[in-house]
Design a protein around this ligand. Structure first.
Ligand SMILES: O=C(O)C1=C[C@@H](OP(=O)(O)O)[C@@H](O)[C@H](O)C1
Ligand SMILES: C=C(OP(=O)(O)O)C(=O)O
Length: 413
């Protein structure tokens, strides 16, 4: 499948963003551990959440989580600490995404987990049993999802958990999001020093929980306004919070440097404010930024900067190589089609110094990566008639993305 995209002169729309998949997936795991009967409300309908809902409802022997990293990591810990035997598997790409750090940590706590393919990678056979808990050290430089997975089961362990993070903690706001949600469900869990988290053995309390919209999904709308730069354009969102616990809510600061301002207006009696974003003329002449806390924002910011001719040096990108695809290679390859020559350094840095080449305008490949499709679609503002291959990949986190673009006046066919 391929879409051809043409942008409107002005964008003026109210967008119902999808619910956050990170919050949905945590809520589902914690809800299951709390043995509650009130399912979290406003769950995301994206692929990555549906695989967890399906696994929890049907409990098949073989659970296929497809391409969902959070589902793979969160369910590994959940199944290891819950009675029953399961095989946990996913897409071919998932079988290349490492899980050894989490499996080693769980085995250290007494879990029975076996690799069915390559050592250190899915698929896994997991025989659930009661785990003791205690003190554990876990490397935090590959994926924060291992730590979130261990933390979420921690209140149910006999001795709770004291978890020390070694080698630095990337994606740290996701760890804080996990701790915050655990506390929302009654857990006693917090940082006890700069790199140690203590979780006491105290059962979760069942409660009603409503999922906030997804700040990561808002990033593509910021990108559209930054690329368009038209003062008349405005996008409004509902369901986002100002003081959100989602690390990606920092998108509003990053894009304030790239010509998009954010305004909140509270409506009496409504739980969430309306968030409005508008273009303004003020842009930085160049941007240096460390993405190690917010890796999912890298693609929309990289595409925006290149297309607005803002040279950049972005660090903290090492983990982009082990996500849905090698995002560093994918960004370099696809931006070259549009005439921008990026280089990577030290495995974790992406640099654009303004070097250009002749654009081929070949269709953009998406590499089974929702964020490649969503980050390149706004490029149609600069390159009318841009073609995107396999656009259906957006269902991983934002199934309504193309319909929302149409609603905002883009022609998508
Ligand atoms: O915990 C989460 O919900 C997530 C953590 C991040 O992964 P890493 O910790 O692997 O960087 C992020 O990229 C992913 O989209 C969602
Ligand atoms: C990296 C992502 O997801 P996951 O690791 O959960 O597959 C993402 O959504 O960008």
């Amino acid at each position: 499948m391929q879409y051809t995209i043409t942008a409107p002169q002005t964008i003026n729309a109210t967008i119902a963003l999808p619910a956050s998949k990170s919050i949905s997936n945590r809520a589902l795991i914690i809800h299951a551990l709390s043995c509650g009967d009130i399912l979290p409300q406003n769950l995301s309908v994206c692929d990555d959440t549906e695989v967890i809902i399906d696994a929890m409802q049907r409990r098949p022997y073989e659970i296929d989580i497809k391409g969902a990293g959070t589902a793979m990591r969160f369910l590994t810990a959940y199944l290891a600490a819950t009675p029953g035997e399961h095989v946990l598997t996913g897409t071919d790409r998932m079988k290349q995404r490492p899980i050894g750090i989490l499996v080693n940590a769980l085995r250290y706590l007494g879990a029975d987990i076996e690799y069915l393919g390559e050592e250190g990678y899915p698929p896994l056979r997991i025989k659930g049993r009661t785990l003791e808990g205690g003190y554990i050290e876990v490397a935090g430089n590959i994926s924060s999802q291992y730590i979130s997975a261990l933390l979420m089961i921690a209140p149910t362990l006999k001795n709770g958990l004291q978890l020390r993070i070694t080698d630095g903690a990337i994606s740290r706001p996701y760890i804080d999001l996990t701790l915050w949600m655990m506390r929302e469900y009654g857990a006693d869990a917090d940082w006890s020093d700069a790199d140690t988290i203590t979780v006491n053995a105290k059962p979760y309390a069942s409660r009603k929980y409503t999922i906030e919209s997804d700040w990561s999904a808002a990033a593509y709308w910021y990108e559209m306004l930054a690329l368009q730069g038209n003062d008349e354009s405005e996008v409004r969102f509902k369901g986002l919070m100002d003081a959100s616990r989602q690390g990606d809510s920092i998108v509003k600061y990053i894009f304030s440097l790239l010509g998009v301002k954010t305004k909140y207006s509270t409506v009496e009696g409504e739980r969430f404010p309306t968030v409005s974003i508008k273009s303004h003329q003020c842009m930085l002449p160049r941007l240096d930024y460390d993405f190690s806390s917010v890796p999912d924002l890298a693609q929309p910011v990289v595409v925006t900067c290149a297309l607005r001719s803002i040279p950049f040096r972005f660090t903290g990108l090492a983990t982009l190589r082990i996500k849905e695809t090698d995002r560093i290679e994918a960004l370099k390859r696809e931006l070259r089609k549009l005439g921008y020559v990026l280089r990577d350094e030290n495995g974790d840095t992406l640099v654009w110094d303004g070097t250009r080449c002749e654009p081929t305008l070949d269709p953009i490949d998406t590499y089974d990566d929702h964020r490649m499709a969503m980050a390149f679609a706004p490029a149609a503002i600069v390159f009318p008639g841009l073609r995107i291959n396999e656009p259906q990949v957006v269902t991983k986190s934002y199934p309504q993305y193309w319909e929302d673009m149409q609603k905002a006046g883009f022609e998508v066919k």
